[in-house]
Write a protein that binds this ligand. Structure first.
Ligand code: UT7
Length: 344
């Protein structure tokens, strides 16, 4: 399936429809003052440059699958059924390099035997996961897919790197997707996805993979941490999320003023404002939780949707635009009518 504007796409006959949503953040909270006590930064810098005041972090011994299991359980409870025949986990912080984390999550959810695999698209992971789940359903491979997005980002960042330690945090969100009709509320709309591997160096973990291992080079410890060239990433994030959003709305047959809620990856409050301003989506229609949860990577969109649906900022029947950007580089967007459901 081409994802370029104007590319050939087959008509969708069976859609993936959101039937349940849940989320989980670990109980540990780190405030800006906590960070200021050990890093050369300030509450004022973090708030004004990122919009973040607090973030949730895992405690020692807690891994991504622990977050994923909690969110997955809640999504199944919200869907009112544990009848699932495929599990897709999107993460940048798998429990291990090998095997994938999804089978362990599936087993702990009582789903041993179903296909389960990981998808890696960094902060765009949830949208790539929606595309994967939609494909499983459209091909008749699965009727009901559990899509979990979980990241324990604080296990990957250098706690002494002030440029990433103040931004990234931990959390998980999950949706149950069932086979349905493309016109139904909750049906995942046309997905606009893209990547540019020539810019992979903007967000990377240099060591630990086959490139470093096969070189025979022993990597310095800092190469095992996540690195981001913030300013360049920022520029691409704004441009790509804006363009993908406009294209997703166009393919859905809507116009930007029709959008009731924008749920963008919570990368940085300034990025969110820049994207929403360019799309001319008014302030009252922008969903955000970055102030209290920080940047939770691939988990950020389902975590935001789940919290907003729970507190009434997002209700059934509203037209929602989702967009994300992350390492790879990767980006994407989709637009859908929010279904009537009770988040858990
Ligand atoms: O989630 C997926 C993709 N990620 C993103 O989309 C994130 C994109 N980038 C960003 O959010 C922003 O670029 C950051 C929040 C990472 C940085 O904000 P910025 O306004 O782009 O700052 P900068 O990197 O241009 O740095 C400005 C100054 C620098 O000092 P000099 O060179 O001007 O003296 C940095 O060293 O701020 C300094 N700085 C800090 N100062 C206090 C960087 N981090 C900190 C910090 N506290 N935590």
């Amino acid at each position: 399936m081409s994802t370029e504007p104007g590319g050939k796409r087959a008509p969708v006959t069976r859609a993936a429809v959101i039937a349940g949503i849940g989320s989980y953040v670990p109980p540990g909270v780190v405030t800006n003052d906590d960070l200021t006590a050990r890093l050369d930064t300030s509450d004022e810098w973090i708030r004004s440059r990122t919009g973040i005041a607090t973030r949730h972090v895992v405690s020692p011994g807690t891994a991504t699958s622990d977050l994923a299991v909690e969110a997955g359980q809640r999504a199944m409870k919200s869907a009112g059924s544990a009848d699932i025949d495929a599990v897709v986990l999107v993460t940048t912080t798998p429990d291990h390099l090998c095997p994938a984390t999804a089978p362990a999550v599936a087993a702990r959810l009582g789903l041993t035997g179903v296909p389960a695999f990981d998808v890696a698209a960094v902060c765009t992971g949830f949208l790539y996961g929606l595309a994967t789940a939609s494909g499983l359903i459209a091909a008749g491979i699965a009727e009901r897919v559990l899509l979990v997005a979980a990241d324990a980002f604080t296990t990957l960042i250098d706690p002494d790197d002030r440029t990433t330690a103040v931004i990234f945090a931990d959390g998980a969100g999950a949706v149950v997707l069932r086979a349905g009709e493309p016109g139904e509320p909750g049906a995942v709309g046309p997905l606009v996805l893209g990547s540019d591997g020539a810019l992979a160096h903007l967000i990377e973990v240099p060591a630990g993979g086959s490139r470093q291992r096969s070189s025979g080079r022993v990597a310095p410890p800092e190469d095992h941490f996540f690195r981001m060239r913030g300013r360049d990433t920022y520029r691409h994030a704004v441009e790509r999320m804006t363009a993908a959003s406009a294209e997703a709305v166009r393919r859905r047959g809507w116009r930007l003023p029709d959008i009731d809620r924008l749920a963008a990856h919570q990368a940085n409050a300034r990025i969110l404002t820049a994207v929403a301003d360019r799309l001319e989506i008014p302030a009252g229609r922008r969903l955000s939780n970055i102030e209290s949860v920080g940047n939770t990577g691939g988990a950020s969109i389902p975590l935001l949707l789940s919290q907003a649906a729970r507190d009434g900022r997002l209700t059934g029947g509203q037209k929602v635009l989702l967009t994300a950007f992350g390492g790879g580089l990767t980006w994407g967007a989709t637009a859908l009518t929010w279904p009537d459901l009770t988040p858990s």
